[in-house]
Design a protein around this ligand. Structure first.
Ligand code: BLA
Length: 510
């Protein structure tokens, strides 16, 4: 097993982060067998539950909680607890001592895990009333960008964290800060990109199952669970735990960023991790479970609205595609050539596929808009391109990998989406993208000394950003599957337009 293996920056994906055998110190954990005997507990359980000592293995839960509390838990568990579900209860008087606890209960193999956190009796009520006005405001946001910005703002107001980011994953699993609300004195992370390795694979899988991740104090005590392993020697699976302790690698990352508390809430669309709300606080911060639950609910509602916006955007794209088709048809029927129509194509395509320049070559005539190779540079590609072309779209974020002569203009266009528009490999419409930005202006003092941990400077935001830059040097933003689908529509449209026009011309001549 991998437990004994040292985790390094290159084998992060194999760290068993769900089996660290420890929890954070803002609550306590009890693991029960099928007879409701405590078999494992966190070392702070005695203190938190006002016992003289931590419960020994085999202690009946009924000796710790009141009969009333036990009956309540049992009814919940019997009626509702599916295997992959966490039951929450708020403000329960567990001990008959007029002290209230929030509870999270779930099954982990044969064990029932109960996590308890001390709380105020009325905190749930206080927090649920917040959700309605938030949703009313969110509903008014138009478009994905505005929706993200609004959501970051609402989340910050709700949680009071110093920084709230909407962190969106790209197709290559790198991520981008697409919206940010922060205290004014903090440096800006908006638009920064980070490599996929910043959030390893097993953590991503976990965040789809368990949407909420709180790290209340990166310097806080980590409390061991005793005994740490089950009878067969297997560590307890804490995947669905709310108190789960944090990987030392990630702790180091946060410490290097100067962050004390971190919180992330998954945004899941179609069962896939679309992104996260990533929140930072620069002092320790424990949030009541009820407030975390409201924030999680908010993130789920946000995901639904995002899905709606994406569907709207898809419909909008199809409409624009039809519009492009009609406009080109009528303009070309009126005798305007495709080369002269580049402005129309470019204008409409710009709304649906971002690009920095475009070219068209038809019947040997070449025309460009924006940042595109000049005629001589482009003609140098043609022999190879014509040879390669099979009538299908060709695209790359480093076009020089496919067409080496494109290296000559890499500083102006690194990525290309090449749409063949005639049956013979000869006529093309091309969208160009420049290299992704390589320079970032950081706020704050770049010379500020940082104390690095055992894994060195890689685990800092700047080095992380540099690692991402390294991985994309010479590359444009990738062409997404949605964009390719639109480009395919464009290909069919243009092919049809051109064929029809030539057919008409032939008919007229004959
Ligand atoms: C987890 N890494 C995370 C999480 C985030 C990031 C948001 C979720 C946990 C949390 O909320 O803190 C990454 N945080 C970011 C990024 C930004 C941010 C990109 O604020 C940008 C602004 N991390 C590394 C490397 C490794 C690594 C190289 O950079 C591994 C070698 C590990 N990250 C790592 C692990 C976790 C993690 C193990 C899981 C922590 C857990 O849930 O236990």
């Amino acid at each position: 097993k991998t437990q004994d293996e040292t985790v390094t920056l290159t084998n992060c994906d194999r760290e068993p982060i769900h089996q660290l055998g420890k929890i954070q110190d803002f609550g306590a954990l009890l693991a029960l067998d099928e007879n409701w005997l405590v078999q494992h507990c966190s070392a702070n359980a005695g203190e938190l539950l006002q016992l003289e000592q931590a419960p020994q293995p085999g202690t009946p839960l009924a000796r710790i909680f009141t009969d009333k509390a036990i009956a309540l838990l049992q009814s919940r568990l019997e009626n509702h607890l599916e295997d992959a579900e966490v039951q929450r209860m708020f403000g329960v008087d567990l001990l008959g001592a007029d002290q209230h606890f929030d509870l999270a209960m779930h099954r982990s193999g044969p064990l029932t895990i109960i996590e308890v956190e001390p709380t105020d009796a009325d905190s749930l009520q206080q927090h649920t009333s917040a959700i309605r006005p938030i949703m009313d405001r969110l509903k008014k946001a138009r478009g994905i960008e505005e929706l993200c910005r609004q959501a970051a703002q609402e989340m910050k107001a709700l949680l009071g964290f110093d920084r709230v980011m909407v962190y969106r994953f790209h197709a290559d699993e790198s991520g981008e800060v697409v919206a940010e609300e922060r205290e004014p004195h903090l440096e800006r992370f908006l638009n920064l990109r980070y490599p996929k390795t910043d959030i390893p694979q097993q953590a991503r899988r976990l965040y789809v199952r368990n949407l909420f991740r709180i790290i209340s104090d990166v310097n806080g005590r980590q409390i061991p669970i005793e005994p740490p392993t089950r009878k067969g020697g297997e560590p307890i699976d804490l995947s669905l735990s709310t108190l789960r302790a944090v990987s030392p690698i990630h702790i180091e990352y946060l410490q290097n960023m100067g962050v004390r508390a971190s919180l992330s809430i998954s945004v899941v669309i179609d069962g896939k991790l679309w992104g996260l709300f990533a929140c930072h606080h620069y002092s320790p911060r424990v949030l009541p479970y009820s407030l975390r639950t409201v924030a999680e609910l908010f993130a789920q509602l946000f995901a639904l609205q995002l899905e709606l916006e994406q569907a709207n955007a898809g419909r909008h794209l199809r409409e624009r595609g039809r519009e492009l088709h009609d406009r080109l048809m009528s303009r070309m029927a009126g005798g305007i050539s495709l080369v002269e129509n580049l402005a129309t194509i470019d204008g409409i395509m710009r709304e649906v596929i971002s690009h920095d320049g475009s070219s068209v070559i038809i019947d040997g005539e070449y025309e460009t808009r924006g940042e595109a190779p000049n005629e001589a540079e482009f003609r140098a590609l043609l022999p190879q391109l014509n040879e390669m072309s099979t009538g299908q779209i060709i695209c790359s974020d480093t076009i020089a990998d496919l067409l080496p002569k494109a290296a000559a203009f890499a500083d102006c266009a690194a990525g290309a989406l090449i749409v063949p528009v005639s049956r013979r490999p000869r006529d093309y419409v091309i969208l160009w993208r420049r290299e992704l930005p390589q320079v970032v202006t950081w706020g704050g003092n770049p010379e500020k000394p940082v104390e690095y941990g055992p894994n060195g400077s890689r685990l800092t935001p700047r080095k992380s950003f540099e690692a991402w830059q390294e991985s994309v040097r010479g590359r444009s933003a990738p062409w997404t599957p949605e964009e390719l689908a639109i480009a395919e529509n464009l290909r069919v449209t243009l092919l049809e337009v051109i064929l029809r026009i030539t057919d008409d011309a032939i008919r007229e001549r004959s």
